[in-house]
Design a protein around this ligand. Structure first.
Ligand code: APR
Length: 404
């Protein structure tokens, strides 16, 4: 047999093959490892890339409790920053909601996602977990049977295969898990909110001690503290804007204008170290299963970043999936796995509804024009007034903002 023939037939196996080493895949891997389930993670990117990728960082209390319960919260307990206030700035006013005192009295822990990923990975490796970096899944085959196979390629393009009893698709929206589900087997609900954000990381301390949401005729602007040295900002921009289309001066001037720095205090400026353009989109796959292939995290549902729910849902789904897979493999009990999709979808639709509400609170209707757009704008104004003045509405907001 030639070397290339050997490579073509190379096959590894694990009871559970996990695609993707983001929060979903790594929480799942850790929980399966702790339960003594044979598993392996296949990650397309290099380790360095996974550990430095800038992402969200707002973890809800239930996420922190969940990670704590499984001994996975050491780093974020030590280095995470507690956070519980948001500030809305509008044409007429600004107001703050201290959501620790509203709803269920919960708060966020700010902990950059790449640090969480780094912690989860270190713990997985320390426990003897198997992971292959620079190994991208190409396709999941035979998922409708009991012996699915994952076709993979390494960084040099060498193909190989992984045999599994179950495959967990935690490889995001553009991953192989979604692609491998035949047309019509799973329904995809999709919504393009028509809004685009320029996401920025600034090498500058936070400018306010709250998450800032500015509603402005020129578009939305957001401020999110990340660490004492780094702050995340968002600017609503026209669809199709290139990440580097705006100069740093233009970005800071526009942020200052929309956040009404002249009225409420100047912004701490600094170099912009990262820029990404995000079209606000949501989608949900239903069900989150095709035979022995299960979806979790962004692979299951994409949620717009307006309410910082993505990582929190991913962690919750990973825990439910770990429980289901453990029951099936350890105790030959398929019931929890059969419930997995419906259980997750209840949380996902709740989060989608709230995120959709936030989008409509923060942005002018992009499709609206003329009198319709004015009508939508008045509705938006009324919505924000309710939030400013009604304790009941504030409790509802707080419960949904930090909860699931
Ligand atoms: N094969 C293997 N790995 C893949 C493939 C593939 N074909 N395609 C993508 N991946 C990897 C990516 O490189 C990434 O590391 O899958 C991982 C998916 O991780 P995340 O994108 O972090 O997704 P998830 O774990 O579902 O976490 C969702 O992350 O993107 C944020 O806003 C999102 O906060 C949410 C959270």
């Amino acid at each position: 047999m030639t070397e290339s023939q050997k490579a073509r037939t190379a096959q590894d196996s694990a009871d559970v093959v996990i695609l993707g080493a983001g929060p979903a895949g790594l929480v799942l891997g850790n929980l399966l490892l702790a339960a003594g389930i044979d598993c392996a993670i296949l990650e397309r990117a290099a380790r360095e890339h996974v550990q430095t990728r800038a992402r969200a960082g707002y973890l809800a209390e239930h996420t922190v409790r969940l990670l704590d319960r499984h001994g996975l919260a050491g780093g974020l307990r030590r280095r995470g920053q507690e956070h519980g206030v948001c500030e809305f700035r509008t044409e007429s006013d600004r107001f703050r909601l201290d959501y620790r005192l509203l709803g269920r009295g919960e708060q966020h822990t700010v902990y950059p996602q790449h640090e969480l990923v780094t912690d989860l990975l270190a713990q997985y490796l320390a426990g003897g977990g198997r992971i292959r970096f620079e190994t991208g899944a190409v396709a999941v085959r035979d998922a409708d049977g009991t012996q699915p196979v994952v076709d993979v390629r390494d960084a040099d393009g060498r193909p190989s295969r992984w045999a599994a009893r179950y495959v967990a698709g935690c490889d995001g929206r553009h991953g192989a898990a979604r692609r491998s589900i035949p047309d019509g087997a799973v329904r995809r609900h999709h919504r393009d909110h028509g809004v685009t954000w320029l996401g920025l990381l600034a090498e500058a301390p936070p400018s306010l001690d709250a998450v800032g949401y500015a509603i402005h005729p020129r578009g939305f602007a957001g401020h999110m503290a990340r660490s004492p040295e780094v702050t995340r900002y968002y600017l609503q921009v026209a669809r199709g804007t290139a990440p580097d289309a705006w100069s740093e001066d233009r970005i800071w001037d526009e942020l200052a204008l929309r956040l009404r720095a002249a009225d409420h205090g100047p912004l701490e400026r600094g170099p912009i170290s990262r820029r990404t353009v995000v079209d606000l989109e949501s989608d949900v796959l239903e069900p989150l299963r095709h035979g022995s292939l299960f979806l979790a995290g962004d692979a299951a549902s994409l949620i717009s970043p307006s309410a910082a729910k993505g990582a929190n849902l991913a962690v919750l789904e990973a825990e439910l999936l770990a429980g289901g897979l453990t029951a099936a493999l350890r105790h030959a009990d398929p019931a929890p796995l059969d419930r997995y999709s419906a259980q997750c979808l209840a949380y996902i639709w709740r989060a989608q509804e709230f995120s959709h509400w936030m989008i409509r609170l923060l942005h002018a209707d992009p499709a609206g024009s003329g009198s319709d757009s004015l009508f939508q704008d008045r509705l938006r104004h009324s919505r924000i007034e309710m939030l400013r003045t009604s304790r009941t509405q504030q409790d509802w907001f707080a419960e949904n903002y930090v909860g699931l």
